[in-house]
Design a binder for this molecule. Sequence first.
Ligand SMILES: C[S@@+](CC[C@H](N)C(=O)[O-])C[C@H]1O[C@@H](n2cnc3c(N)ncnc32)[C@H](O)[C@@H]1O
Length: 417
Amino acid sequence: MKISDALSKRFDSTLMKSILEILADQKYIESVTDVESPRFLNRSVVPHMSALSQMFNRLDSKDKTAPQEPVASGLKNYWRAARNPKNFILGYVLGYMPGNAMRVASVWSELLRLGYTGIGQDGPIRAIELGAGPGSGAIGIALGESFSSGPKKSFDWTLYEQDRGIGELGSRFVERVHSDLGLDAQVQAVHRKLSINDFLQPKNSKPAELFLTSYFMNELAESSEEIAEAFLKRWDKELATEALVILVEPALKVESRKLLAFRKAILDRLAHRKGSRYQILLPCLGHQACEALENPKDWCHEEVTWWRPELTRTLDRLAGLDRKSLPYSYLVIAKTNRSIEEILPNAFPSRNRVHRLVSPVHFEGKDSEFFVCGEDGKRRVRFRTDADLGRGSLLVGAEIRGEKEAGRVDRVKQVVE
Ligand SMILES: C[S@@+](CC[C@H](N)C(=O)[O-])C[C@H]1O[C@@H](n2cnc3c(N)ncnc32)[C@H](O)[C@@H]1O
């Protein structure tokens, strides 16, 4: 995903200092200067980052014969099971939260780029994040919003998290980051284990307008179809008439395909209804069948490049990671009575059909080669152009000839870089 240079640098050392101050205040570290010691990081943070990575990738360290292809399985509450729960949480907060926040920020910034203005028209955006952990998703929305060109929205967040320890940190981080970024936010936390059939909103509260999950759905044990059935019921009942659903998940093939299967399960259910009330916005700008899902070897993921805060760079070096770019899978759905052209006006500058780049661009001689998604599905194309194309660029009114695996763009009416 292309994001502005300013946003790519926004999770900086100043913001990290705010996080460290809260960690010190809550006795996760003795002082903000603890993290200046490689010895401290090597002992108290890096081993937990590795353990978390092993667990998230569903890799079993003991069974050397285990297949390297991970399987899609839910996860139990791991925060409590850790041998040193405080340092385990520290490993997640310092090792994973900034990257996840940046992933979500990139999705919000893309929605703003495409002209999305649907929610938060009559006061603060009423938003919920499920499985919020340290509030990475809410922090990401704040980061993205802080660069919106119009008047800044304010937020009324409810963060749902089964574990009180990480959840309490989460609400503090979310409050502090909004304030650091000059945004107004109310934050309330609900600490309980959710089941997919729970009804979230207290009776008589105004329905939520933003339903956000970040790296949460893959921890549920249910199938994509079961989750789709339950979530759709919730969205029908609990979300405002005009609302937005943002789901961010790992880029791993197995998790990404689970999200694609979820998209299909939602579409299958919508097909049986009169008047859909839902629009799939991103990554694919529509309801077309997903060809990545049809091919068992394929999947669909995004990537965003950022400037890591210094502490993240140090931790990456110590942990042998290189996370200059952040891969992820995502799905954005609007609950709305409007058409997608009205919801994302900048993606549809005219009545022409639109193809969106969903892969990086490679050069083949003078041609650019990439994958696009449009109403005719996913296809690989070559295009000779001087435009600065990248993930998310739009080809408006493209004339494409040839096979799905080897098409050529002959002409476009407009390129939105
Ligand atoms: C990988 S973390 C993601 C945290 C945060 N959203 C992020 O992007 O960094 C997943 C979180 O979901 C929480 N979680 C998983 N299943 C849950 C459930 N059934 N109810 C409430 N929280 C749950 C876990 O405790 C964990 O904090």
